[in-house]
Design a protein around this ligand. Structure first.
Ligand code: ADP
Ligand code: ZN
Ligand code: ZN
Length: 731
């Protein structure tokens, strides 16, 4: 009998499968999708069997046998493997790397695919904190905490609520005051969620779910557009109930920032506990547990971030993408895929419906509606008692302003605070000031490694580069003229916070950005203070803009929207409008009427006027028109070849050389080499080649050629390069 040959996906940069000889244990069926350990160079790697056969292009004698088979059953089914093959071709990314990215870390490392329980700590039934010595403060407070959660807490819950709990809890276990138990991950939170019934849907919600429910057995694509608070989540819950009733699973993708405990609770309260959650906060065994729950069919609903799009499902019935416009659905390095686009493809191959939801859909999806490929369902009004906010522009060129806050805005903040409202101020720039300026000679502190200014951070008393992370102490003298008159120029959230403290003494202010929430649990406690109404003014970056509900907020201030109007990035205006609309959606969600004030130096800008007076949809229509005239996506398709090196000339030379030898495909435009918008970053010089075409087929033919030639070029070893298909960021 001929020895069987296994074609294996191995995580490495080579774009192919590798042939190995099977061993005796392989003489069985159904090998595809199982993991193997193989010798690779002088290492041992974990790969996945993609195919079996009896022929190889290499002489049999040169094939090595595998070391061993790791699974008794496939960990990836053929549906996922086919999707991964497709993705590898579409994104021109090596198959081994693509397959590895679909596996939870523990499986990538070769651990057994077995559901491990999660450890929970719970108070012993008769534990009495009084028996602890007075000095055991930490043990005492931990025991008190656990007694408030008699069903137990796991390590991530303890991390969120307590510091340095590990040694104290060991002592408590030793003393018999605390017990441990293991439970599968999906039982998390089960003890304290009571089921809740659905509200009666309004007419628009009903019409939306009727349309989707009528298409549960086919690949219909829906774009559910509704302002924040219009009840999209209720529509999802309603359809998911129907999918569960049909015995099928729903995959729900959300942006990282949207996967809040509130959202999870809401799903559990309505749909019960057979819900698997996949997000970056999980440790590896929790992730494996949730993943297995999905791939074994135990989970009826899988809620996850970007990479959850690759979760195997036994009974797929529906895919939902919430906030489908969100940039975090796109992977920005390594295997650069777009989870939304892959989900649309997956639903098509599975012949199941997909629902894309957003208050501010991407122009890509709106264009698909225009073409008739997606069905647009609208929820035009807020559900419940909330009314839409009043939106107004504040002209920054007129009147007084204090450190970035116009006099009018300050008056309005006073007025809202007096009437017990909460205020939310949004500025997408953290730190104290984006620039440090010498008032004598005009010198500005730049990053040594980037074409960028250093940001002044008052809290940590450092200058920090937001592009490469470089840090240095704040200088006392000018680097050029030695003057001591150095001043911060412009505003970041820290400075706004400081100004607010001076202007509103005694008022509790909460700053929420990446700096203020670095400590574990800090974001949760900030949000708690915001929700309870303890904090009166919230100031923050886009961390505040998304995913969170602040029913007490009656005034939203957008401190600077002008960055989006005049940027070199053609997506900047779209992003600005999405952010303004999302932030505005935070105002007046409860009974109170909300107000939104937008500070700008360009109040007459036509796009801004359209957005304010006619809303996001009208705005998007105008932008689509502009894109069409400018031959930009979604009317053309793009790919970006990024090249960087430590020598300034190397990337440009590399692209020039590539263009000399690359055969051209008709209908494809090649633009480059052009320097990246920030030419130098982290000590490297960066150039781009932009590849565009109106049709996808010639574009991909060109990309195929391009990859082939790059891989053959000896010069390629002297630079770093990457290809981004359908890039979202243009730098
Ligand atoms: P979205 O997902 O569009 O932001 P949600 O589904 O979260 O909107 O709904 C916003 C708020 O309105 C929530 O508090 C929700 O419970 C409530 N809500 C939604 N639909 C209804 C309805 N039909 N009747 C009463 N309240 C509703
Ligand atoms: Zn100077
Ligand atoms: Zn830098």
């Amino acid at each position: 009998m001929k020895p069987s040959i296994l074609r294996i996906a191995i995580p490495c940069p080579l774009p192919k499968l590798f042939d190995y000889r099977g061993i005796e244990a392989c003489l069985t069926n159904n090998l595809v999708g199982r993991r193997v350990r193989v010798p690779f160079g002088n290492r041992k790697l974990v790969g996945v069997i993609m195919d079996c056969g009896s022929e190889s292009n290499l002489p049999l004698a040169r094939l090595k046998p595998i070391d061993g088979l790791l699974d008794a059953a496939p960990v990836l089914d053929t549906e996922i493997l086919d999707l991964l093959r497709w993705a590898s071709t579409y994104y021109h990314h090596p198959i081994g790397d693509v397959v590895a990215s679909a596996l939870p870390v523990r499986l990538r490392q070769g651990h057994e695919c077995q559901i491990q329980g999660i450890t929970y700590w719970l108070p012993a039934p008769d534990a009495d904190p009084e028996t602890l010595s007075g000095r055991a403060v930490r043990q005492r407070s931990l025991l008190n905490l656990l007694q408030q959660h008699p069903q137990g807490l796991d390590s991530s819950e303890l991390d969120a609520q307590s510091e340095n709990w590990k040694s104290a809890i060991r002592e408590l276990v030793k003393k018999g005051l605390v017990l441990t138990t293991e439970r599968p991950c999906w039982e998390r939170g089960s003890a304290d969620t009571a089921l809740r019934s659905a509200p009666e849907l309004n007419a628009a919600q009903q019409a939306a779910t009727d349309s989707i429910r009528a298409s549960l057995d086919q690949n219909e694509r829906f774009l559910l557009q509704g302002v924040t608070g219009s009840g999209k989540t209720e529509v999802y819950l309603d359809i998911i109930e129907a999918v569960i009733a049909a015995g099928k699973q729903t995959l729900v993708l959300v942006p990282e920032i949207g996967l809040t405990p509130q959202l999870v609770r809401r799903f559990r309260e309505r749909l019960g506990n057979r819900i698997a959650i996949l997000h970056s906060g999980l440790n590896d065994s929790e992730r494996l547990c949730a993943w297995s729950m999905a791939s074994s069919g135990e989970a009826q609903v899988i809620i996850g971030t970007r990479s959850a799009v690759f979760t195997p499902l036994t009974q797929p019935g529906l895919i939902i993408i919430d906030e489908e416009h969100d940039a975090s659905l796109k992977q920005q390095d390594g295997f650069r895929y777009h989870a939304r686009d892959l989900a649309v493809m997956r639903a098509h191959r599975l012949n199941i419906p997909i629902v894309l939801g957003s208050a501010t859909p991407s122009l890509e999806s709106l264009r698909r509606c225009e073409e008739g490929a997606y069905r647009l369902l609208r929820l035009p009004q807020r559900a419940g008692p909330a009314r839409p906010p009043r939106i107004e522009l504040l002209d920054l060129r007129r009147g007084q302003q204090t450190d970035g806050l116009s006099g009018l805005l300050i008056d309005e903040i006073h007025r809202h605070l007096k009437r017990e409202g909460q205020v939310l101020l949004f500025l997408n720039r953290r730190g104290f000031a984006p620039t440090l300026l010498c008032e004598d000679c005009g010198w500005i502190a730049h990053c040594q490694r980037c074409d960028a200014r250093m940001t002044w951070h008052a809290g940590s008393r450092l200058l920090r580069c937001h592009h490469c992370g470089a840090e240095q102490p704040i200088p006392s003298h000018c680097g050029e003229c030695d003057s001591e008159r150095l001043a911060p120029l412009g505003q970041g959230t820290e400075r706004i916070e400081q100004t607010l403290e001076k202007t509103f003494p005694g008022v509790q202010i909460e700053r929420i950005d990446r700096d203020s929430t670095r400590r574990k649990g800090a974001l949760e406690s900030s949000l708690d203070r915001a929700h309870s109404g303890e904090s009166r003014i919230l100031v923050g970056t886009q961390m505040l803009a998304k995913g969170h509900d602040f029913p007490g907020v009656t005034l939203v201030g957008i401190l600077d929207c002008d960055q989006g109007l005049f940027s070199a990035d053609f997506r900047a205006a779209e992003r600005m409008a999405q952010l303004i609309t999302q932030v505005a959606g935070r105002a007046g969600r409860a009974e109170r009427h909300g107000e939104v004030l937008i500070q700008t130096r360009h109040p007459d800008h036509p796009l801004l006027q359209t957005l304010i007076h006619h809303g996001f949809e009208a705005f998007a229509k105008e932008l689509l028109n502009e894109r069409k005239l400018a031959h930009l996506p979604p009317y053309t398709h793009l790919a970006l070849l990024r090249v960087e090196a430590q020598q300034r000339e190397a990337p440009g030379h590399f692209i020039d050389r590539l263009l000399e030898i690359l055969p051209r495909i008709k209908q494809v435009d090649l633009l480059g080499p052009v320097p990246a918008p920030m030419e130098k970053r982290a000590g490297r010089f960066r150039y781009q080649l932009l590849i565009s075409a109106e049709e996808r087929a010639p574009l991909h033919e060109q990309l195929h050629q391009l990859m082939h030639f790059i891989r053959e070029m000896p010069e390629a070893r002297k630079v770093r390069w990457s290809l981004d298909v359908d890039p979202v960021e243009m730098f």
